[in-house]
Write a protein that binds this ligand. Sequence first.
Ligand code: SF4
Length: 466
Amino acid sequence: MSDNNEFLTDSHCHLDDEKWGGDIEPILLRAKEAGVGRIITVATRQGEEGALQTLKICKEHDWIRGVVGIHPHDAKIMTDEILAKLENIASSPEIVAVGETGLDFHYNYSPPEKQEPAFREMIRMARRLGKPLVIHSRESATRTLEILDEEKAWEAGGVMHCFSYDAQVARYIISKGFYVSFTGVITYPQAVKTREILASLPTEKILIETDAPYLAPVPYRGKRNEPSYVAIVAKAFAEIRKLSERDIMRITTTNAARLFRLPMFLNPQVAYVIRNSLYLNITNRCTLSCKFCPKRKDWMVKGHYLKLVGEPSFERVMEEVQKFDLSSFKEVVFCGFGEPTLRLQFLIEIAKKLREMSAKSIRLDTDGLANLVYGRDVTGEIAEVIDEVSVSLNAPDAKTYNSICPSRYGESAYEEVKNFILLSKEKFKRVTATVVGMPDIDVEKCRKIVQELGVEFRVREYNEVG
Ligand code: SF4
């Protein structure tokens, strides 16, 4: 396995399927060649047979982990004996989830009155084993959600695979802690709605999968699918979210590792890449204590872990920066999970060095409170070495600002942020004021204030970092 999280994870395929003709090794080799570092294989063959075959595959390949359970199509075969055998297999460490289970009222290969009890049994099994659920749900959204609620499935965690419902369903299950998984369907020309939904969901709750040997993406549509094609799904996802393919690999692999409780790398990142920008994380200290701050819940940003162990030295930052080819980035950004200007002199020294190293552009993401912290105007010093500044305005007035971004400066902080923006306007090549699009924030009012300040305006998505 790689020494970072930048590899592909096919979070749902069926390696026990008879369509492979009994030999999966060539398929696995092609998957590795395509950058797939982890596969989650879901038993398809009915009952114990598929589960045992899945377990065997996992035991033979330490980068493949399994899921066993009763598919809604097979619900009619459920007996107490099969349940007991499946639970025994599902308790193996190589088996990381229970499923795929759920309801399929499209095909109804098993009658609904058989599907529901099987689904409930699978949820109970997952909760007993402390493993997440892999949900298959087709034309049965309402009943699926009712049963998930009634059986307290949210406690087990899980993913709704091959997502085919609307954004409301996606947001509901995400609010309950579940993940949503997308297949190569996102490459189909007519799948406009699915792409719109994918574009609107928080990236840290999304998995990608092939569902191989089924549902091959374009240009293999109609042919046998295989795990290597998860690279095509990742590419399509990257285009939809305007992220890089590396970003998507890292994000979805981290998400899958979290869901299935698999190992992942948690090295604190001092220098990290998102899209075509190199970010520097030089402190985790903040002047503000923002109510919406993502680090209250999670130190991961787009698959990068940002909780520092002590603040990095000049040498450490440079050592990290030198791992990259600076000329390949459109910009270097002081950002991370903290306020960079709290290390003002350090920030200036690093920025000077980056200039010497011919960084194309240097940006500072800041709370705009540095003048208050230092008791003087520091915008000129910063502008000598930084090209662009992005200031978090966050609110349309001082009272709201202080309620969502409290600090020891109270309501006076807000006017200082506006003043920082005004002072910056003449000094930096580009100044942007931002707000987080939180439900209670009057974004239009903020936009007007920013227009009056005469700088650019950007709304940052709530619950989406990086
Ligand atoms: S300034 Fe940024 S990192 Fe600091 S508390 Fe606010 S949102 Fe979090």
